[in-house]
Design a protein. Structure first.
Lengths: 203, 168
C-alpha cells in the first residue's frame, strides 16, 4: 500500500496520522511518515525560525536542517514530551546557534525587511487598506522588527514562541529548558523593551 | 492629561506590571484572574496596560507571521526526502537486495572457492602429444607448417627444404 501511494502521488495528507503512529513510523524510517511530518510542521517551524533570525533564506536552511536532524535522532526521542515540543526545541536551538555563529563571524546584526506580508500589519492594526494606512503599517512593522532584532536572543525566542505560537509559559519553559519564572520575566522584559523602543519613535 | 500621565508613571498600587502581563497571557490561576478582572472594571491604569499588551501582541503576531511559498515548501520537502533516501538501505525489490554489498561479497567469495575446488579436483586428462617425432634434421629449410588433425590429434609437419636437406 505504501509503495503504491509513493509511486502514484507524492502528496501526503497528515490527517489520520495520530502522534503515536507517526512517531512509530518515523522510527522505522518510513519515508511517507517523514513527508507527513514535513507537511504538518514546516510552516510552523519556518515561522519560528523567521521570527528569531529575521532572515528568510536562513530560515529555510534551518528548517531543512531541523528535519534532517529529526531523521537522524528520532530513535533517541523518548516521547516524554510532545513531538512538537521536541521539534520547537531543535528549531530554537538551531536558530540560536546560527546567530552565535554569524555574530562571531560577521558581527551579525542585520534584518531583512523584504517580507511580502508587509500589508498584514496595516490590516492587523487599523483594518484599513488605503495607501496611508499601509505605509504607516509598514513603518510600524519595521520599527517592531528593529526592536525585535535588538532583543537578546533568548528573550526573542521566548517572545516568538509566545506571540507567534501562543504557547503557555509551561510549554515554553519545557522547550527552552528554563524555569517558568524565567519565561515570565524574559517575556515581560522583551515587551517592555519593544514598547519603550516604539515610544521613542513616537508610536 | 498630566494627571493621567503621572498615574501611568507611578502605576497602580494593587497590581504590578508583571502580574498584569501574566494576567493578559492567561497565566494566572482562576481566582486571581477573577480578582484582576474585577479590578480592571474601575482602574483605568491597569486596564490601559492590559489593552496595550493585547495591542502589542496583535501587531507582533502580524509582524512575525511568515508564510512559506509553495516552492519553498517543496524545496524543503525534496531536500529532506532526498537525504532520507540517501541514508536509507534500499529495500525496494529483490534486485536491490541482491545487488547490495552485504549479499554480493559473500556470494562472490563462495563462487571463487567453488571454482577453485572444481578445477583442483578434476581427474588427470591424457596429455596430447605429437604423433610423430622428428629425430634429426640437417639442412636448410625455407618454411614450416605444423598442423594437428581434429579428431585423431595427429601432427602433420610440412616443410620446404633446400637441395641438401633430409626428410625424416
Amino acid at each position: 500500500v505504501i509503495f503504491f501511494q509513493l509511486s502514484v502521488s507524492n502528496k501526503v495528507k497528515p490527517d489520520g496520522w495520530e502522534e503515536p503512529r507517526l512517531i512509530a513510523r518515523l522510527k522505522q524510517g518510513d519515508e511517507t511518515a517523514f513527508k507527513v511530518l514535513i507537511e504538518k510542521y514546516r510552516h510552523r517551524l519556518f515561522s519560528i525560525a523567521y521570527g528569531i533570525t529575521q532572515d528568510r533564506e536562513d530560515s529555510l536552511d534551518i528548517v531543512q536542517e531541523v528535519f534532517v536532524k529529526v531523521f537522524r535522532n528520532i530513535g533517541r526521542f523518548q516521547e516524554k514530551s510532545k513531538l512538537s515540543t521536541w521539534l520547537y526545541r531543535i528549531t530554537v536551538n538551531h536558530c540560536l546557534n546560527w546567530q552565535r555563529r554569524w555574530k562571531r563571524r560577521l558581527g551579525w546584526q542585520h534584518h531583512s525587511f523584504d517580507t511580502t506580508e508587509s500589508n498584514a500589519i496595516a490590516g492587523a492594526e487599523s483594518g484599513k487598506n488605503d495607501p496611508e494606512s499601509i505605509l504607516q503599517g509598514k513603518e510600524l512593522e519595521k520599527m517592531i522588527q528593529m526592536q525585535l532584532a535588538a532583543l537578546p536572543d533568548k528573550s526573542r525566542a521566548v517572545f516568538v514562541l509566545k506571540e507567534l505560537e501562543g504557547l503557555s509559559y509551561d510549554e515554553i519553559a519545557k522547550i527552552l529548558k528554563i524555569k517558568r519564572g524565567t519565561v515570565s520575566s524574559r517575556l515581560f522584559n522583551a515587551r517592555k523593551k519593544i514598547t519603550a523602543g516604539l515610544r521613542a519613535y513616537g508610536r | 492629561m498630566a494627571v493621567r500621565e503621572k498615574e501611568m508613571r507611578d502605576g497602580c498600587d494593587v497590581y504590578n506590571p508583571v502580574q498584569l502581563s501574566r494576567f493578559a497571557d492567561g497565566e494566572m490561576d482562576d481566582d486571581t484572574s477573577q480578582e484582576i478582572g474585577n479590578h480592571l472594571g474601575h482602574c483605568s491604569i491597569c486596564r490601559q496596560m492590559v489593552e496595550a499588551h493585547h495591542h502589542l501582541s496583535t501587531i507582533s503576531k502580524a509582524v512575525l507571521k511568515a508564510e512559506l511559498s509553495l516552492g519553498e515548501g517543496l524545496r524543503i520537502e525534496s531536500r529532506v526526502i532526498e537525504h532520507v533516501r540517501r541514508k536509507q538501505p534500499r529495500t525496494d525489490g529483490w534486485a536491490a537486495v541482491f545487488m547490495s554489498k552485504k549479499v554480493l561479497i559473500p556470494v562472490a567469495a563462495i563462487a571463487s572457492f567453488g571454482l577453485f575446488f572444481l578445477f583442483s579436483m578434476k581427474p588427470d586428462m591424457p596429455l596430447v602429444g605429437p604423433s610423430a617425432i622428428i629425430e634429426s634434421f640437417s639442412g636448410d629449410i625455407s618454411s614450416v607448417i605444423i598442423m594437428e588433425t581434429p579428431e585423431s590429434h595427429e601432427t602433420v609437419l610440412w616443410y620446404s627444404e633446400n637441395e641438401n636437406a633430409q626428410r625424416t
